[in-house]
Design a protein around this ligand. Structure first.
Ligand code: LLP
Length: 423
C-alpha cells in the first residue's frame, strides 16, 4: 500500500482522508504515515543486515516525540547534536546506550549530560573538543568513548548549504591531523578511541561518494590499527537522498552495495545516521487557500502554510511537490513541466518576505478560496526547522496508522506564543 495516494479524487494518508483531517484539525496541518517510517527503517535494516549496523536515526531531521517513539519501537537508536535532542530521546522513552553525539560545538554541560546518559560515543570534531571530553569525563571518573570525525574531502554534490565533507567546511578534521589526534587519545586514560566518523553531506543521490568514503575508511582504520589503536567502529553518517520530484531517490540497498564491502574489509561495526531517508516522504503539509490573485502577469495562490512551517524552499531553493488535496486534474508523475488543464502558479504564504513560497511557476489546476493544497515530502527538516516567525503558532502534527489517527503535537495557541516572555 502506498502511504499517500489519491482515491476517487481525494488524497489519502494510509486509510484516512486528508481533507477530513483538515476539516477536523484545521490547517496548516502535518500528516504523517507511520507505515512509511517503519518501511524505510526496515529497508535500511534489511539492506545492511549482513553487517548488523547500529542505525542511529538523526533526530535533527524530525524531533517530534511521537516520531521518535515510532523509531524507538522499531529497534533503532539515535544521533543527537545537542543536549536538547538527547533530552528528547530520553523523553521518548528510548535507551541511550546506543546514542551517538555529533556536532562541532558541544558544551561542557552537554558533554556531562551525555556521559551521565552513558551514550555509545561522541563524534569528535576538533582537538579542543577532545580535551573538553577528557576533562569532563575525568572529573566524573569516567572514560569518554570517542570516534574522530574525518573530513574526507569528498564532493557529494549537494546544495552549498548542506555539503559537509569538503575541505574548508567547518566539520571534522583533516586527514593530516588525524593520526596525531588519535595518538593523543591513546595516551589519555580518560578517553577511548573506538573508530572513525564521516558525514558527507545531505541529500546525496549517488552512491559514488559513499564508495569513496568506504575506501578511505578502510585506509584510515588500517593506519590507526598499525599505530596501536584497538578500533572497530566506522560511522558513515547520514545523507541518503529521497525522491522530492519523482523517482530520483535510490533504495537503501544501493548504498549498502558500496558501503558493506568496506565495512567487512575493515572488520568493523557500522553505525549510520540517516534522517531524511527515514522521515522525508512520511509527511504532507496541508494548507488551505486563503486568497488567489493575479498581479504583474502572474497568478498567486496565497495559502495559510508558510515559511515559518516549512523553510526549505526559502532557505535552499528546495523543490517540494505541491498539489491540491482534491484535484480537478490528477497529479502527473512529473509536476515540473507544462501540464494540460493547469496554469502557471506561484504558491505563497502570508509571511512578509518574498522568499515565503512553496512553489514558483508551477503548473497547477485552478484553485479557489478554501481549497486544500498538499505539500509533499515535508517530514524531514519541516517541523524541526519551523518557527514562530510573524507570530504564527506552530501547527498540529498527526500520526496516521492505518485508519487510526493520533495527535502527536497540538497546535500552539496565541497564549503559547508569549508563555515564556516576562513582559
Ligand atoms: N549526521 C550528521 C553528522 C549530519 O550533519 C546530518 C545532517 C545527518 C547525519 C543526517 O542527514 P540526513 O540523513 O537527514 O540527510 N536542513 C537541511 C539538511 C541539513 C542536514 C544537516 N546534517 C535540509 O532541509 O535539507
Amino acid at each position: 500500500m502506498q502511504s499517500f495516494s489519491y482515491r476517487n479524487g481525494d488524497l489519502y494518508c494510509e486509510d484516512v482522508s486528508v481533507s477530513k483531517l483538515a476539516e477536523q484539525y484545521g490547517t496548516p496541518l502535518w500528516v504523517y504515515s507511520k507505515a512509511f517510517i517503519l518501511g524505510q527503517l526496515k529497508q535500511i535494516q534489511t539492506a545492511f543486515a549482513e553487517v548488523d549496523p547500529v542505525i542511529c536515526y538523526s533526530v535533527k531531521a524530525n524531533s517530534t516525540l511521537g516520531i521518535l517513539q515510532v523509531i524507538r519501537d522499531a529497534g533503532c537508536s539515535f544521533d543527537v547534536v545537542s543536549g536538547g535532542e538527547l533530552y528528547r530521546v530520553k523523553a521518548a522513552g528510548a535507551e541511550t546506550t546506543k546514542v551517538v553525539f555529533a556536532g562541532v560545538g558541544k558544551t561542557d554541560e552537554e558533554i556531562r549530560f551525555a556521559l551521565e546518559s552513558d551514550i555509545l560515543m561522541f563524534d569528535v570534531e576538533s582537538e579542543q573538543e577532545l580535551d573538553a571530553i577528557a576533562a569532563v569525563a575525568g572529573s566524573m571518573g569516567l572514560v569518554g568513548r570517542v570516534v574522530l570525525r574525518l573530513n574526507p574531502d569528498i564532493d557529494a554534490k549537494t546544495h552549498s548549504k548542506t555539503t559537509t565533507g569538503k575541505k574548508g567546511n567547518k566539520f571534522g578534521m583533516d586527514i593530516e591531523r588525524f593520526r596525531e589526534l588519535a595518538a593523543k587519545v591513546l595516551r589519555d586514560k580518560r578517553l577511548a578511541l573506538k573508530g572513525i566518523h564521516m558525514h558527507l553531506g545531505s541529500p546525496i543521490l549517488t552512491t559514488d561518494p559513499y564508495a569513496a568514503a568506504g575506501r578511505k575508511a578502510v585506509e584510515v582504520v588500517e593506519a590507526l590499527r598499525r599505530d596501536g589503536h584497538d578500533i572497530n567502529w566506522i560511522n558513515l553518517g547520514g545523507g541518503f537522498g529521497i525522491s522530492y520530484r519523482g523517482n530520483e531517490g535510490l533504495p537503501a540497498s544501493a548504498y549498502a552495495e558500496v558501503i558493506v564491502p568496506s565495512v567487512k574489509e575493515a572488520k568493523c561495526r557500522l553505525a549510520l545516521e540517516p534522517g531524511r531517508f527515514v522521515v522525508g516522504n512520511s509527511c504532507v503539509l496541508v494548507s488551505r487557500v486563503v486568497y488567489t490573485k493575479r498581479e504583474g502577469g502572474k497568478l498567486f495562490v496565497i495559502q495559510d502554510g508558510a515559511m515559518n512551517d516549512l523553510i526549505r524552499p526559502a532557505m535552499y531553493d528546495s523543490f517540494h511537490r505541491v498539489w491540491p488535496v482534491k484535484p480537478a486534474v490528477a497529479m502527473p508523475d512529473d509536476v515540473e513541466g507544462e501540464i494540460p488543464g493547469c496554469e502557471k502558479t506561484d504558491v505563497v504564504g502570508p509571511i512578509c518576505e518574498s522568499s515565503d513560497y512553496f512553489a514558483k511557476d508551477r503548473y497547477l489546476p485552478a484553485m479557489k478560496r478554501d481549497d486544500l493544497l498538499a505539500t509533499f515530502s515535508a517530514g524531514a527538516y519541516g517541523t524541526a526547522m519551523s518557527s514562530n516567525y510573524n507570530s504564527r503558532p506552530r501547527a498540529t502534527e498527526l500520526l496516521v496508522d492505518g485508519s487510526t489517527v493520533k495527535v502527536i503535537r497540538r497546535r500552539e495557541t496565541y497564549e503559547d506564543l508569549v508563555a515564556h516572555e516576562l513582559g
